[in-house]
Design a protein around this ligand. Structure first.
Ligand SMILES: Nc1ncnc2c1ncn2[C@@H]1O[C@H](COP(=O)(O)OP(=O)(O)OP(=O)(O)O)[C@@H](O)[C@H]1O
Ligand SMILES: [Mg+2]
Ligand SMILES: [Zn+2]
Length: 506
């Protein structure tokens, strides 16, 4: 008898339904799985065998062949365990129940319990897109599943529970759908109120976060660069539902949703160490995991002490910084992951850190300084819209008892500026000013003669690239939005240009 059961396999954030066809006949006892399965799928035979026995069922001592179709799609991981086990039970007559249209997901333990798997959220969304509406998943994955409306998801703790439910012995209630309300429950140690002085750097930080622009802090050691960057999560705007879903999908595939509320509410703030490899940064490797830049999707990638990172690793950021996604390649094909993040970097101006300081003396040779700066290439710097010098605060400022503006106040303003952008781009498929392409710049950033003159001047005198010009206009758009102006004014262009001044210094 042949049984057909549905499973699902992911490639990146999208996937394909898999027909698990199981045939049990009277040959020599064996269990074969065919159809481009990787090692983990092959190992699932052993898990299915033990799980069946330890759940009170039996493994037929006959010839079992399982075919995973379509045969040209590579099947990975342990997600198909449950579908295989149900297939074997149906084919051997141990389960008589309707399973048409139900997608089975889950890894089996040897004792028959269902273990959580990675990528449930993207699987459900992807399968719903293909018209599938019924699923059985491990109970441990139920939190993320509750955010997909319009489907029926049965959460089960074990193979036994699934079988009892299917055969009508018990009835497991489907997961109730959750509505999305953005609640960032993180408690942050940092707060802008603790950062004394540094008005220019704080303003630059707010502009960058408001429009999603890339940011670089340059300054002597101990001036507060890392401290400022750590305040970014405290002022990042709330995520919209679609942003949260998109970010959660990536974290789900990467297996990072454990112990969470099922959805990522807070924008990610990723700070990989400078020893991180290029693969860790961009994604890929044997398991095709999303890299740091994709984990930072809709949030921030913070590279502290930027020149310490391997040059090739930094260079790999250039394409995703421009396109907002990354294509990870391997022998059997390519996988696209979104990677639309705000880059925040910090660096010293020279190896000793004092170059350009008002009161300290730089002891580096010109050659040393050139070598140090060359670690960050021109094309990468060109993509950093806002570059600010951070100098030491004066002692009086540092000990000033007056309370500075808190992160909560700034965050409220950032949220307001993001709303203006969301409204503006509602038919454009983008969310922030930094996402604008040339088409959007033409439409939403009309410049008067005075603004054009300022730009021309800067372009010629600061030797800017055409890309830098576009980026200045985008930053000016954000500054205009922060000040509630429809039209970009000369002072907005001037402020945006001022963030490019350190082009000369770097
Ligand atoms: N503006 C400031 N207000 C209050 N404290 C500050 C300020 N700047 C620096 N500090 C104090 O100095 C410490 C070191 O700052 P931080 O680590 O941010 O420096 P940095 O610029 O990143 O230095 P480095 O280049 O060595 O990494 C902070 O933890 C904080 O205690
Ligand atoms: Mg630092
Ligand atoms: Zn120096």
């Amino acid at each position: 008898m042949i049984a057909k059961v549905l499973g699902f396999t992911l490639l990146g954030l999208k996937g394909t339904p898999i027909n698990v066809e199981v045939d049990v006949n009277n040959g020599l006892p064996a269990f074969d799985v065919v159809g481009l399965a990787d090692t983990a799928v092959k190992e699932s035979k052993e898990r299915v065998r033990s799980a069946l026995k330890n759940s009170g069922f039996s493994m037929p001592t006959r010839k079992i062949t399982a075919n995973l179709a379509p045969a040209d799609v590579k099947k990975e991981g342990s997600t198909l365990d449950l579908a295989l086990a149900i297939g074997v039970m149906k084919a051997s007559g141990q389960l008589v129940a309707e399973t048409d249209g139900i997608i089975f997901l889950g890894e089996l333990s040897l004792d028959g319990s269902l273990r959580r798997i990675n990528g449930v959220l993207p699987t459900l969304i992807s399968a719903l897109g293909e018209g599938f509406k019924k699923f059985i998943i491990p109970k441990d994955n139920q939190a993320e599943a509750s955010y997909v409306h319009g489907i029926e998801v049965i959460p089960a703790k074990s193979l036994k529970e699934v079988v009892d439910h299917l055969s009508g012995l018990t009835c497991i209630q489907p997961i109730a759908w959750h509505d999305y309300v953005c609640v960032d429950t993180n408690v942050y140690d940092s707060d802008l109120a603790f950062v004394k002085g540094q008005a220019v750097a704080k303003r630059a930080l707010e502009v960058a976060v408001s429009g999603g622009h890339n940011l670089l802090f340059v300054g002597a050691p101990g001036t507060g660069k890392t401290m400022l960057a750590k305040c970014i999560p405290t002022i990042m705007p709330d995520m919209t539902f679609s942003e949260a879903l998109e970010t959660t999908k990536i974290h789900s595939v990467a297996g990072m949703l454990k112990d969470s509320d099922g959805i990522v509410f807070a924008r990610p703030f990723r700070s990989p160490h400078h020893t991180a490899t290029t693969v860790a940064m961009t994604g890929g490797g044997a398991s095709l995991r999303p890299g740091e830049i994709s984990l930072a999707h809709n949030g921030v990638l913070f590279l502290d002490e930027m020149p310490e990172y391997k040059r090739s690793t930094l260079e790999a950021l250039r394409q995703p910084l421009e396109d907002g996604d990354i294509t990870v390649s391997r022998a059997t094909g390519n996988v696209d992951y979104p990677a639309n993040f705000m880059l925040c970097g910090s660096m010293n101006p020279c190896p000793c850190g004092n170059y350009g300081s008002e009161d300290k003396v730089c002891t580096c040779s010109p050659a040393q300084i050139v070598r140090y700066k060359a670690k960050i290439s021109g094309p990468l710097l060109d993509r950093i819209d806002i570059q600010v010098e951070v100098d030491s605060v004066k002692y009086a400022e540092l000990t000033d008892e007056r309370v500075s503006e808190s992160s909560a106040t700034v965050k409220a303003r950032v949220n307001r500026t993001r709303l203006i952008q969301k409204e503006r781009f509602k038919n454009d498929g983008i969310l922030t000013n930094s996402d604008m392409g040339e088409r959007h710049i033409k439409k939403y950033c009309k410049l008067d003669k005075q603004c054009e003159d300022l730009l021309k001047n800067a372009y010629e005198n600061l030797h800017l690239s055409p890309r830098a010009r576009s980026r200045i206009i985008k930053v000016a758009r954000t500054i205009a939005d922060m000040n509630l102006y429809d039209q970009i004014r000369p002072e907005h262009i001037l402020e945006a240009i001022s963030y490019r001044h350190s082009d000369g210094m770097l």
